[in-house]
Each structure stands twice: as structure tokens, then as C-alpha cells.
Design a protein around this ligand. Structure first.
Ligand SMILES: [Zn+2]
Length: 128
């Protein structure tokens, strides 16, 4: 689910909402299908980990533990594990590239904004 808002934080044009399968995009980017595809990809990533962690949690514990663990799984992994964050962003930017974003620009964003210690050329290779 995507919601359009007036302003996010002055840096990002869109972002996934923590612990929910929801993303927000600044209203001025409402026609940007690439940005929408990027955020939808993050929602899908959230849902995959939700199902995996939720299922394991239900098998091993109970719903009171499994539900919050499932809701936090993607965001915790994204924040704490650089390689997971890189994988998520490469997949999301590949979707955005399909809608017209240049590989050079996507590589520049990945190397600059996600604390991944990656050069533009290294990011570009992952996007090709
Ligand atoms: Zn992203």
C-alpha cells in the first residue's frame, strides 16, 4: 500500500514505513512509476520476511512473539545487515531502472545514500 504525503524529510522522495507493508511517497512524485515500483519492491521484501519469520515464530513460539518478530524482521535486517540492505536496494533500483532511471544515477544513489561503503562502479556492476 502506498500513501502520498506532502513532505518526507527533505532527502528521500519515498520510503517504506517501519514495521508495516506500507510506503510513503512525496505527492510531487505521484506520476513517477519507477519510484512507485522501487517502494513496492521494498513492500514485497517486507512481506517475504514477514511470512518466513512469522511462520517460524508460530512453529517455535506463539502469536504474541511471532507477530511482532515478523513485523520487525525486514526493517531490523535492513538496518543492521549491510549486505541485506544492499540486496534490497539493488533489487528495488533494478525495478526503477525498468521504468527509466539510468543505471549511472541508480549506482550513484546506492553508493551515496545507504551507508554501504560502495563505489559507484561497484554499485553499477551489481545493477547490470
Ligand atoms: Zn530503496
Amino acid at each position: 500500500m502506498i500513501f502520498y504525503v506532502d513532505k518526507i524529510n527533505g532527502v528521500a522522495a519515498g520510503r517504506k514505513v517501519t514495521m508495516l507493508p506500507v510506503a510513503i511517497i512525496e505527492r510531487r512524485y505521484k506520476c513517477d512509476k519507477g519510484l512507485r515500483a522501487h517502494e513496492v519492491e521494498h513492500i514485497k521484501q517486507y512481506c517475504v520476511l514477514f511470512v518466513i519469520v512469522g511462520t517460524l515464530g508460530l512453529l517455535l513460539t506463539n502469536a504474541a512473539v511471532a507477530l511482532p518478530a515478523a513485523m520487525m524482521a525486514h526493517d531490523l535486517a535492513y538496518t543492521a545487515i549491510g549486505k541485506y540492505r544492499l540486496w534490497c536496494e539493488v533489487k528495488a533500483y533494478k525495478k526503477q531502472i525498468q521504468h527509466g532511471l539510468s543505471i549511472d544515477k541508480a549506482a550513484s544513489f546506492i553508493s551515496k545514500y545507504y551507508k554501504l561503503q560502495l563505489t559507484v562502479d561497484e554499485a553499477k556492476k551489481l545493477l547490470e
